[in-house]
Every structure is written in structure tokens, then in C-alpha cells.
Write a protein that binds this ligand. Structure first.
Ligand code: LLP
Length: 421
């Protein structure tokens, strides 16, 4: 459930009418609902309540705005981060270092030092060379790095190829067959404290079996490691639970996911870490755009909006579906079939192909739903288009939490080489 609903025929974010925000900040813009963020966090956490010791670490990559992170921090969330920048944002947002896990295949020594000095909860180490580098950095600082090895269970997550991570041909994790050996090395290295096992098999999973298979393999590994004398206290099961991008196509709910975790991990004493991103932020955000033109092409209609693939790349990059709804509900009375496209000079700048959409006209506002995760964070300035603003709603209040840069701001970042002055 989210807090983007029609009231008296107008789409609202919580208690704020979207045309009001559009008039204030201009289009396009991202809009997030605080209440939805908190609700999704709580639903996910509650689904796992059978696990006495647990930590829900929001995957910052999904939406790294400090206002979003602070909203989740107040609800109790930790953070799963993949860069020094994300650690800094999580800390600024009030997420304690003791609730931060650091994932990623390419952590640089400088980032390791930053994380060690901050005193984060856990490094999820993805390779032997990374393990050695971390040991060196920890020794140099006189610190100790608490680690889990991220293992690759070789399970097909049955999702889009570009967001599958848990198969042996992917760059992520340490192959299961090498795990015991790498753990033995880890235990012998100075500056390293082995505390856990971690896994993450992919994103937008819409079936639970792959989770079950991966978790069973993790459980067996933890048992093997414990038998070999490693004190495994933490089991990090990653993120990946899918969300509904459209009605009628509903992936399993958090409760069903929680039931699988509880069943597979029955009797295991450990602190369980989860790294959900999309599940929390995806349906807590929308992107609002204005229709510029409706164009009759040779073969089809084009609905040309003022947002482009640089603002929301998911449809072009993953063939992702985002529902596109009119901000004025009455526009739904009539529909048309069109390609919904942006102004960017790329054939791939398409949000929806042959989609039955409300018969909107130039000047109408449309909302792209489910855009709170992997939306603003993946945006760019291609075609010299300014990054679009982000707005956070809280009940009847809203604030711009990232301003649209001016063209002067954008030009000011470019430096003319002296020989051309
Ligand atoms: N943990 C790790 C180690 C991850 O790599 C990811 C996502 C997550 C947690 C969070 O996964 P989630 O719960 O959000 O599924 N840009 C793509 C998604 C990339 C996901 C990358 N890793 C998209 O827009 O679909």
C-alpha cells in the first residue's frame, strides 16, 4: 500500500495535491512519501519478527537521499552501502556506524580506511585480493575489520539478466566451493575478525524458490564453518524482494518471504541482516512529468513528456514497466494507445511502448509510479538536461530536498582549458 491516491479526482502524495507541488517546483520532479517509506520498512521488519536478533539495513543504492535515509533511520533502519559516498550519506542521515554493512566487489583501500575509522558493523568481502587489502589497511590503522564473506550460491534468481547476481558467471561473491578455504585464510589474517556469511542473489525477485535455495546453501555453509571452528554470528541474507510495478502482477508479500527465511533458518542462533532497497523505496516514490506534445507518427501515436531516459533510466535499461497515470483522474475516462517518450535524442528514450494510457493533452501532468528506487539515484544530465528536483512529503507538508540546478550552476562546473581562453 502506498500514499499516492486520488482525492476528489486529483492525485495526492499523502495530504498534498501534486499540481500544487508542480506549480511550485516545475516539472519533471521526483516525489517521495515519508509515510510510505516508514510503512514499508515496518511491514518488512515485522515479517521477520520471528527472528529475535535482526537488522534491516536499507540498500542505500536504491535511494541515497539523506532525507530519505533519515526518515528510515528514525524508523530504526541500518544501511547497506557500496561506496564511501554512501557511508557518508548514511552517517549524515543519523544511521549509526554500528548498523552499516559495506558490500561491493571493488572497495578501494581509501574507502576501507574510511569505513574502518567510522567503525562500521561489517564488511561483506567478495574476493581473496579484497580480503588481503582489507587486512593490510586494518593493520596499518591498528583496527580490526569485522567481516562476512559474500558467497555466490549459484542460484538462478529468475529475474532480469542485468540485475541477477547469484549465478556463478556473475562477478559477485566467492564461489561456494572456495568458501571454506577463503574462510581459513580470513581467520589467519591479522586485522580481520570473521563474524558472518552473506549472500545476495539478485533484485526484483518475483518468486521465492530461488531465495529458499540460496538460503539453504547458506545454512549448510554456516553449519560447516561452525563445525570447522569459525564463530559465525551474523547471517546476512541480502535484499532482492520484488515489488508490484502494476496491479494484477503482485510478487510475494514480505510475510511470505519472512516465512521462508524463518523456516530455512529455524533453530539457527545468529543475528540476521537484510538489505532491502526496492521493497522499501520503490513504491514510496513517483516521478511527475508534463505532457509536451501528442504527436501522430506514421504508424503510432507518441506521447511526448518533459522527462527523459536521463531522469528515469529503468525502462530503457531493463525494459522495466512503470505505470503511467494522469494526475487528473477524469482523464482516465478516455484512453489512447501510444508510445510514451521523452525529449532525449535517442531511440531508446522510451518509457512505454504501445501502452494504453489516459487520453491526456499537452499541459497535463502524468505520474510515473514505483519510481522511488533506482530512479533519481541513476539519473544524469545527458543532453545537458538539469537533474530534476526531489521533493519529500510528510503529511500535509512538503519540502524540496534537492533543488533543480540552474544552467549557471551546470556551466559553472565546467572548466575551459587555459589554452582556449
Ligand atoms: N544488497 C546488495 C549486495 C545489492 O547488490 C543490492 C542491489 C541490494 C542489496 C538491494 O536489492 P533490492 O532489495 O533493491 O532488490 N538498478 C536496478 C537494480 C540494481 C540492484 C543492485 N543491487 C534496477 O533499477 O532494477
Amino acid at each position: 500500500m502506498d500514499h499516492f491516491q486520488y482525492r476528489d479526482g486529483v492525485l495526492y502524495a499523502e495530504d498534498v495535491a501534486l499540481p500544487e507541488i508542480a506549480a511550485d517546483v516545475g516539472t519533471p520532479f521526483y516525489c517521495y512519501s515519508s509515510a510510505t517509506l516508514v510503512r514499508h520498512y515496518e511491514v518488512f521488519d515485522q515479517a521477520l519478527s520471528a527472528l529475535e536478533k535482526r537488522m534491516v539495513c536499507f540498500a542505500v543504492k536504491a535511494n541515497s537521499h539523506v532525507g530519505v535515509l533519515a526518515t528510515l533511520a528514525r524508523a530504526g533502519a541500518g544501511a547497506d552501502v557500496v561506496s564511501e559516498g554512501e557511508i557518508r550519506q548514511a552517517l549524515v542521515a543519523g544511521i549509526p556506524a554500528s548498523r552499516i554493512v559495506f558490500s561491493g566487489v571493488g572497495k578501494k583501500p581509501s574507502e576501507m580506511r574510511f569505513a574502518l575509522e567510522a567503525g562500521i558493523f561489517q564488511f561483506n568481502v567478495e574476493s581473496l585480493p579484497e580480503l588481503h587489502a582489507l587486512s593490510e589497511q586494518a593493520v596499518a590503522l591498528g583496527a580490526e575489520a569485522s567481516i562476512a564473506l559474500r558467497v555466490n550460491p549459484d542460484v538462478n534468481p529468475e529475474t532480469h539478466a542485468k540485475i541477477s547476481t547469484g549465478q556463478k558467471e556473475s562477478k559477485f561473491g566467492i564461489p561456494m566451493e572456495q568458501a571454506l578455504e577463503v574462510y581459513a585464510t580470513a581467520a589467519s589474517l591479522p586485522g580481520i575478525r570473521v563474524q558472518g556469511v552473506s549472500v545476495h542473489i539478485g533484485s526484483q525477485l518475483t518468486v521465492l524458490e530461488p531465495f529458499r535455495n540460496a538460503f539453504l546453501r547458506v545454512r549448510a555453509l554456516v553449519e560447516e564453518l561452525r563445525a570447522a571452528g569459525h564463530a559465525i554470528e551474523v547471517i546476512d541474507l541480502g535484499g532482492g524482494l520484488g515489488i508490484p510495478y502494476t496491479r494484477g502482477n503482485e510478487p510475494p508479500l514480505p510475510d511470505a518471504y519472512g516465512a521462508i527465511v524463518t523456516e530455512v533458518m529455524d533453530g539457527m542462533d545468529a543475528t540476521f541482516v537484510f538489505e532491502p532497497g526496492r521493497m522499501i523505496a520503490g513504491n514510496a516514490g513517483i516521478m511527475v512529468s508534463e505532457v509536451i506534445y501528442v504527436k501522430q507518427g506514421a504508424e503510432r501515436n507518441y506521447l511526448i513528456v518533459d522527462a527523459g531516459m536521463n531522469d528515469l533510466v529503468r525502462p530503457s535499461m531493463y525494459d522495466a514497466h512503470h505505470d503511467i497515470v494522469p494526475v487528473l483522474e477524469a482523464r482516465q475516462a478516455e484512453t489512447m494507445v501510444a508510445d510514451v517518450v521523452g525529449p532525449v535524442c535517442e531511440t531508446g528514450d522510451i518509457f512505454a511502448k504501445d501502452r494504453e494510457v489516459a487520453a491526456v493533452s499537452p499541459g497535463d501532468l502524468v505520474a510515473f509510479r514505483s519510481a522511488g528506487a533506482y530512479g533519481a539515484v541513476m539519473s544524469g544530465v545527458y543532453n545537458s538536461r538539469p537533474l530534476i528536483p526531489e521533493v519529500l512529503v510528510h503529511g500535509a507538508q512538503y519540502e524540496v530536498i534537492r533543488r533543480r540546478p540552474s544552467y549557471e550552476d551546470m556551466l559553472g562546473k565546467q572548466i575551459m582549458p587555459t589554452w582556449l581562453l
